[in-house]
Ligand binder design. Structure first.
Ligand SMILES: [Cu+2]
Length: 305
């Protein structure tokens, strides 16, 4: 029985060590590119490293601190709707602290511990930034500025912050809290978990139906507009002619009524044809006169210069 216990204990110890994540340590491999930028070929990077220069307003380093931060999917499991997280969401240090961060990435994707809002004369783009493809470990040091201020710390890989990898670092008392920090502050855009699946499906169906009705109405309006546009030239032409015809009719009516008084229909028709003949005759003469004028103008010899 004792042998059994020893055997199981030994196997447990071995399996535990097998389960433990092996982090690739990037600290010894980094090459200094100057300006606090260190990098290696294995995917490790430090930006904004500052181990010596005091920020303006700091007379000396107030204290020296070292922290260990882990980043990974497993730290988000306690935050509903989140996918990534740091193991710590809030940091607090005295102004002018010399801070070394040992950053562990527990995932097999890339993560960052990126701090914003630092003085730009000392930190390029106001950033201090640790980045490593995991599982890996990287360390960096900076000197925090004086004053009470809250700094954003996040992972800037696309959607990692939105999915939970966000924290705040308060120097002194800080100057407020940032939104959407998992387990700490209210989300800027809250997820809505209200309603059952049936409710959601019904709401979607209603929405789809409303959209279909709107689309049909839109299509009908479009068709009507198109038809109206197509008919418009004809309509206006006909109505124009009609209007002219009506006007002529109204003007001529009294004159013709007087003229046709006491005449038979045959006489009226004969008279109208006679009138038409006179009108056509007159029109032909006018047109030929016009043609003559135009022709005469064409034949005119231009005066010599
Ligand atoms: Cu990340």
């Amino acid at each position: 029985m004792l042998k059994f216990f020893i055997a199981s204990l030994v196997s447990m110890v071995f399996s535990l060590s097998a389960m433990a994540v092996e982090y690739e340590d990037h600290d010894g491999m980094l090459m200094n590119h100057g300006d606090g930028h260190l990098m290696d070929m294995g995917g490790g990077m430090v930006m904004g490293q500052n181990t010596e220069t005091l920020p303006g307003g700091c007379e000396r380093i107030s204290e020296t601190k070292e922290i260990t931060v882990h980043a990974g999917h497993k730290f988000a499991e306690k935050f509903p709707g989140r996918m990534f997280a740091f193991d710590t969401q809030e940091f607090n240090f005295k102004p002018c602290t010399k801070l070394t961060v040992h950053f562990y990435n527990d995932d097999k994707v890339r993560h960052q511990w990126m701090m914003h809002g630092l003085p730009k004369y000392l930190y390029p783009q106001g950033m201090f930034h640790l980045e490593v493809s995991g599982p890996g470990k990287i360390s960096g040091t900076l000197i925090l500025p004086p004053g009470d201020k809250t700094y954003l710390v996040h992972c800037d890989i696309a959607q990692h912050m939105e999915k939970g990898m966000k924290a705040e670092l308060k120097v002194g008392k800080g100057d407020g809290d940032l939104p959407s920090i998992p387990g700490l502050t209210a989300p800027a855009v809250p997820d809505d978990y209200s309603g059952t699946l049936t409710d959601v499906a019904a709401a979607k169906k209603a929405g789809d139906e409303a959209a279909a009705v709107t689309a049909a109405a839109l299509a009908a309006t479009k068709a009507a507009t198109a038809a109206a546009t197509a008919q418009q030239p004809d309509d206006s032409f006909v109505s124009g002619i009609t209007v002219i015809g009506l006007a002529i009719g109204l003007l001529l009516a009294p004159f013709l009524a007087k003229k046709f008084k006491g005449m038979t229909s045959a006489e009226i028709i004969a008279y109208i044809f006679d009138l038409l003949r006179v009108a056509i005759d007159y029109a032909v003469r006018v047109i030929s006169a016009l043609i003559k004028i135009v022709a005469a103008n064409k034949n005119k010899v231009l005066p010599e210069k």
